[in-house]
Design a protein around this ligand. Structure first.
Ligand SMILES: Cc1cc2nc3c(=O)[nH]c(=O)nc-3n(C[C@H](O)[C@H](O)[C@H](O)COP(=O)(O)O)c2cc1C
Length: 199
């Protein structure tokens, strides 16, 4: 299998079992973040590693955030989210260490965080692990962000659930890329992916 074959076989999954990467493996995996494209070398990505007993504590912070955002939130939704955060083999909170007054626009700082997260997802896959990037409304709760270490203007970009993909986790069928590519010859392009019949 070539490196490109390996890249093309990556997929997200929350069907994750132990083991999660151990600290040494995780350091190598997270090092992939340091290779992300990054305008101004601001390195705005931050990772909060949540494992073992810290998972239950993090789950309670998530539940408190859900209730803060929606006092009428359904108990079933709370239990589902609590279960996921307290049982995933490892969770990484994705932080964005943002500098609003910097000449590099905020959107570019945020895109660097996303590029770094993608590198981490790929590194997980390349080392036999797997994961999924999740967000949800709690991601945008400034109080939760501060509790995790990201007081305003810093923010959360979501969470990576990380572990070993269960054997039945399968790569989805991917669409061919042709519909998302166009050759430019002087006039605005159209993409087959945007045609009404494409979806
Ligand atoms: C910023 C961001 C937030 C996401 N949040 C969620 C989420 O809350 N729940 C979810 O099921 N998928 C979420 N996804 C999508 C999954 O991470 C994943 O990309 C999707 O399930 C498709 O799987 P694939 O990566 O194998 O194509 C999010 C993706 C991104 C980039």
């Amino acid at each position: 299998m070539t490196s490109l074959d390996l890249l093309l076989s990556r997929f997200s999954t929350d069907a994750l079992t132990q083991p999660a990467p151990d600290p040494a493996q995780l350091e190598r995996i997270l090092s992939a973040a340091m290779c992300a494209p990054d305008h101004g070398r601001l390195r705005p990505w931050r990772y909060v590693v949540i494992r073992d007993d810290a998972r239950a504590k993090a789950a309670e912070l998530i539940v408190a955030s859900m209730k803060r955002l929606d006092p009428d939130v359904a108990e079933a939704k709370i239990e589902k989210r609590r279960g996921r955060f307290s049982t995933m083999p490892l969770t990484i909170a994705l932080g964005m260490h943002l500098r609003p007054d910097h000449k590099i626009p905020l959107i570019e700082q945020e895109m660097a965080v996303a590029a770094a997260a993608m590198n981490v997802l790929n590194a997980l896959h390349f080392t036999g692990f797997g994961g999924v990037w999740v967000s949800g409304d709690v991601t945008y709760d400034p109080q939760l962000a501060a509790q995790l270490g990201f007081p305003s203007p810093h923010r959360l970009a979501g969470f990576l659930f990380v572990g070993t993909p269960s054997p039945d986790a399968k790569s989805p069928r991917r669409r061919p890329v042709d519909g998302y590519v166009a050759q430019w010859d002087g006039v605005p392009v159209h993409f087959a992916a945007d045609e009404k019949s494409a979806d």
